[in-house]
Design a protein around this ligand. Structure first.
Ligand SMILES: Nc1ncnc2c1ncn2[C@@H]1O[C@H](COP(=O)(O)OP(=O)(O)OP(=O)(O)O)[C@@H](O)[C@H]1O
Ligand SMILES: [Mg+2]
Length: 670
């Protein structure tokens, strides 16, 4: 939007929600970039040194500031974008408060050189310590260049609160990425410490090209177009098929009148539309643009202009929800429930060490397409082979659960009781534990709580401790998430295991032990896989390749032709063994995203968190259907844990619901 008006003071500026707008280097980049876009630039280059702590420079080819107005631009409440407060209800620019340059000049040294096309010479102005130190004519190309140095030099406390360079730069990169998406006709470059980090060339109005250049082709080919409108607003953009999900909202981009905004209501509406199609705690990837009459939104509710209010929020939310739902309904291939395909998958899955079957189609594809076929064979083929597991289950069935469960592969979620007769073990199976309640007669199975001898038993209550495994029977999977068993002793209680929490605990303890004893063990991929991470995390990834190697990841930067820039595309060559059962890139990428976002510099500070994250990402997920083998294996392995009662993050792995509680609830007892 080209601002042709002169810069002047806003008449009733006290109504503007101004305030602290410069919190970190990224705030400066945001404000300068917005100014360049408002100035109608077609090319903007953002050059930063040391994550902006040393220097930020934004160069544009926009309409420039007339020489006589340069000084005024740095005054408070002066702008060319509105004349009086009420103009914000007809706003067509990103800026309107007349505040940004004044705020930057208050916390840093700023130099601006600007030349409108109709001026012979450019004009340079420099402020230091909030005071004018230089103003003169210079020769310059059309447009504006702003250089900011010594951020927070005069406010050491604020400088101290800045995070390490990689984190600060991640904020900058995030902002530039969002603008590259919103203004995809614009040529935006981001250069950090001499390296080109983002290069989003103009995409001829094709947003999908920009999505491909930022997030990679594999994401772009899985996007669905959205285009809907009512009389008062329209929604355009792309949403990802449910096969692409993220562990956070980092891939969700919402723009209102091309302003990147945070609107929890709209985000939730989109997420609602995906409900039932993606797993719990997963978030969709989308780039959506809402357009509406500026009079129907209020951008003046937060100093950083990121939050806005909608006049007809209810209608908007419900339209967005149903439009997204319709798009998904129309385009999504519902995973086939054709028994043949399930059987084929089950057969394949059971060959892997966990053999998890999932109802999510992507995982089927990933297993089928990338499974162990994507790995180079090693001598040490993982923890537990099919035959070991069979022996384990056979032994458990023989001594404990014989015939109780079917194999769970016929699509039912119930593992039915099939009591056999004439077998001496049946007495135990059918709810009559050995006299004295001893479990030691059952070979190979330890009581869950007493197994390690030193575990303390928590207070009894409605939710109790898990009884010995051999006293559990029946069993079905609820919501593909909870494993429910009846306790076959006289108590008649119900035990419910959270499969993800239990699996997370198991994997966490396993990975911790491996890390301590002999290292995680690595597996080489047959074909290097490109990593797709949010662009703002790429610099962090680049800086942490050494640390990641200690955890079994070998990642290299893809080579480029040119010398001056690196590709910023990374290839995964080796993975820790713990992930080898299913080379699911989205799980690996989520894991990397998680650990790159951890606070703390030293590996020592974050090691345990990284190991927990290993546990979480390599664990069986909520929403995965398990066969009886997998269910019993999970119980058995949980039993072997040092702390079988909590997942790595402290949540309970199981609960026990007492029969007495049920009876009270049904008013059977007083
Ligand atoms: N890169 C630029 N090109 C042309 N004009 C600019 C540029 N940067 C700033 N200006 C002019 O300087 C004025 C003041 O900029 P400043 O960023 O302080 O306020 P604003 O953009 O009007 O509002 P806000 O505080 O919301 O950003 C702008 O209104 C605009 O006229
Ligand atoms: Mg501005």
């Amino acid at each position: 939007m080209i601002s042709m008006a002169h810069i002047r003071e806003i008449k009733d500026y006290d109504k503007i929600a101004a305030g602290e707008v410069i919190e970190r280097p990224a705030s400066i980049v945001k404000e300068l970039l917005e100014n360049s876009i408002d100035a109608g630039a077609s090319r903007v280059q953002v050059v930063v040194k040391k994550a902006g702590k040393q220097e930020i420079e934004v160069i544009d080819d926009g309409n420039g500031i007339p020489a006589g107005e340069l000084k005024l631009a740095f005054e408070k409440h002066t702008t060319s974008k509105i004349g009086e407060f009420s103009d914000i209800y007809d706003l067509h620019t990103l800026g309107f408060r007349g505040e940004a340059l004044a705020s930057i000049k208050a916390v840093a040294r700023v130099e601006m050189i600007s030349k409108p096309g109709n001026q012979e010479m450019g004009r340079k102005i420099v402020f230091e310590n909030n005071a004018l130190v230089e103003e003169r004519d210079v020769s310059a190309p059309d447009g504006t260049t702003v250089t900011v140095k010594h951020l927070f030099k005069a406010i050491p406390v604020r400088r101290k609160f800045l995070k390490k360079d990689s984190v600060e730069f991640a904020h900058i990169s995030d902002i530039v990425t969002r603008y590259a998406l919103a203004y995809h006709a614009l040529d935006i470059k981001l250069i950090h410490n001499g390296r080109k980090v983002l290069d989003a060339p103009p995409s001829n109005g094709n947003l999908l090209n920009t999505i491909a250049s930022i997030y990679g082709n594999d994401h772009a080919i899985n996007m669905l177009p959205v285009e809907n409108e009512t009389d008062s607003f329209s929604l355009k953009g792309f949403i990802a098929k449910p096969c692409i999900t993220r562990s956070s909202r980092s891939y969700a981009s919402l723009f209102v009148n091309k302003r990147h905004v945070h609107s929890l209501e709209i985000l939730k509406a989109v997420e609602d539309a995906y409900r039932g199609r993606i797993m719990k705690n997963r978030y969709p990837f989308f780039v959506l643009f809402l357009e509406m009459d500026p009079a129907s939104i209020d951008v003046n509710i937060h100093p950083t202009k990121k939050e806005i209010k909608f006049a007809s929020e209810k209608e908007l939310v419900s339209s967005v929800r149903s439009w997204i739902r319709e798009t998904l309904d129309a385009s999504i291939h519902v995973p086939s429930t054709n028994p043949e395909s399930l059987d084929a998958f089950t057969a394949q899955a059971s060959k892997s060490s966990t053999g998890m079957r999932t109802s999510v189609s992507r995982q089927q594809q990933v297993h089928a397409g990338q499974g162990n076929a994507g790995l180079k064979p090693t001598a040490n083929e993982g923890e537990g082979t099919h035959s070991e597991l069979d022996t384990l289950i056979d032994s458990a069935s023989k001594h404990v659960h014989a015939g109780i469960l079917d194999d769970g592969t016929n699509g039912t979620r119930e593992w039915r009781k099939q009591r056999t007769s004439g077998n001496g073990d049946d007495a135990t199976i059918q709810g009559h534990p050995p006299a004295g309640g001893s479990t030691s007669t059952v070979s190979g199975w330890k009581p869950l709580i007493a197994g390690k001898g030193t575990r303390s038993i928590p207070d009894k209550g409605m939710f109790e401790v898990l009884p010995p495994i051999n006293s559990l029977w029946g069993g079905f999977q609820l919501n593909d998430t909870y494993l429910c068993f009846e306790v076959s002793d006289d108590s008649g209680d119900l035990v419910i295991v959270d499969q993800h929490a239990a699996s997370e605990r198991i994997m966490y303890e396993r990975v911790k032990k491996l890390f301590k004893d002999k290292g995680l063990g690595v597996q080489e991929l047959l074909v290097p896989k490109p990593l797709s991470l949010p662009p703002n995390l790429l610099p962090l990834l680049g800086e942490n390749l050494g640390v990641l190697q200690q955890f079994g990841f070998e990642i290299v930067e893809e080579p480029t032709q040119g010398k001056e820039s690196k590709s910023n595309r990374f290839l995964l060559l080796k993975i820790p063994f713990i992930f080898n059962r299913k080379v699911d890139m989205s799980i690996i990428e989520d894991f990397l995203e998680d650990i790159l976002c951890l606070e703390g510099d030293a590996l020592q500070e974050t090691k345990d968190e990284i190991l927990k994250s290993f546990g979480c990402h390599s664990a069986i997920r909520a929403g995965e259907r398990l066969s009886r083998k997998q269910a019993w294996r999970l119980l058995q392995e949980l039993d072997q844990c040092d702390d079988p009662q909590h997942c790595a993050h402290g949540r309970p792995t199981f609960i026990r619901i007492k029969r007495t509680w049920l009876e009270r609830e049904f008013k059977r007892t007083a």
